[in-house]
Design a binder for this molecule. Sequence first.
Ligand code: TXA
Ligand code: MG
Length: 349
Amino acid sequence: MNTEFTVIDPNEIDADIILRAGDIIKDGGLVAFPTETVYGLGGDALQAESSKKIYAAKGRPSDNPLIVHIADMEHLPHICREVPETMKVLAENFWPGPLTMIVEKSDAVPYETTGGLDTVAIRMPDHAVALEFIKASGGYIAAPSANASGRPSPTLASHVREDLDGRIEMILDGGEVGIGVESTIVDLTVDPPMILRPGYITREMLERVLGQVDADTTMMSGTDKKAPKAPGMKYRHYAPHGEMTIVEGAAEDVIKTINEEVSKAVSEGHRTGVLCTDETVAMIRADVVKNAGSRADEHEIARNIYRILREFDDEGVDVIFSESFSADGFGQAVMNRLLKAAGYKVKKI
Ligand code: TXA
Ligand code: MG
C-alpha cells in the first residue's frame, strides 16, 4: 500500500485534505493524525473491520481496547449506554483535552473496538486537526497511539512514518505534539472513579472537581501481582531496543553512578546512551548523550522522552541509563512511561 504523507497546518487547515482523510475513514481505511498528546492511528470506531485493520497495522494484540475519539458532545449518547453525571462534569472541565473516560458502551460500538469489553474509552482531543478530521470522518474515530506495538509513542509524524509506512492509507503531519505522553485514563464505571493511566490531567485536578479519585496500584510498580485494569498497561510498552536502567538518588551520586556504569558497559563492548537534563548534561560521559530539558520544567521533559528513546534506537545504542524524576503531579505520568521503557529496572543509590 502506498501511504500518502501530507503536511497540514493546524493554524490554517486545508479543507480538501481533511475531506480526503474523512473519506478514507468512511471507506474503512486508516489515517494517522496529530493530537495534543501523541499521534493517533485512526479508523472508524463503529466499523468492526476498521478496528481489525488498526490491530493488524500496529501488530497489536486484539485484547487491547482502543480509545474512541469524538469532536462533539452530542455524539456521546450514541456510544455510551448512559452518560453518567461524572462524565458530564469531567467533560465540562477537561474536554477537549488529554483525558480519556471509561463508561459502559452502547450496542453501536463493536467489540472489535473495545477488545471484547462491555466498556468503552472515550476522549475529545484538543487539537484543531484532530477535531476537524473526526468531524469529516463521521464523528467516531478509534485511535491507539500510531506506533508499531511495543515502540515508543510517536510525537512527530516522521515517527509514524518509521513505524507504519506502507501499512496505512494516510499520515497527516501537523507538526510536533504539545504534551508528548498519552492521555490520562479514568474509569467511571467504579465508585470512586479510578485512574488507570497517569497523564497530563493529574489526580489532584480530577479530585478538585469530583471529590475522591483512586489510582490503579499497578501503575507505578513492576512487581504488583494484580493485572492492570487498562489491558494495554500490562505490555512492556514505550520501549527502546536498548536495555534501560533508571538511576535514582541525589544528583551528584546519580551523575557519578551513571558515568561509572557507562564506563563498565563500554569496556564490555556496549554502545551506551544516557537520558539526562540541562542540569547534568555537561558532566555526563557516554557514546550518545540526550538532554531532555530542564528538571524544573516537567512539560519539556515529557515532550522529549519518546523522541529521545527512538533516537537511542536510531543511533544503535544497546545500553541506556536515565535520570529519575519526581513522581508528583504530572511527573507521575513521565515516571510511569520511563519505568515501563526500563521494564521497571531502577538502580537506587
Ligand atoms: O493520548 C492518548 O490517549 C492517545 C491519543 C492517540 O489519543 N491514544 C492512546 O491509545 O494512547 P492507546 O491505544 O495507545 O492506549 C489506550 C489505553 C490502553 O492501555 C488500553 O488498554 C486502555 O487505553 N483502554 C481502552 N479502552 C479501555 C477499556 N474499556 N477499559 C480499560 N482500559 C481501556
Ligand atoms: Mg499506545
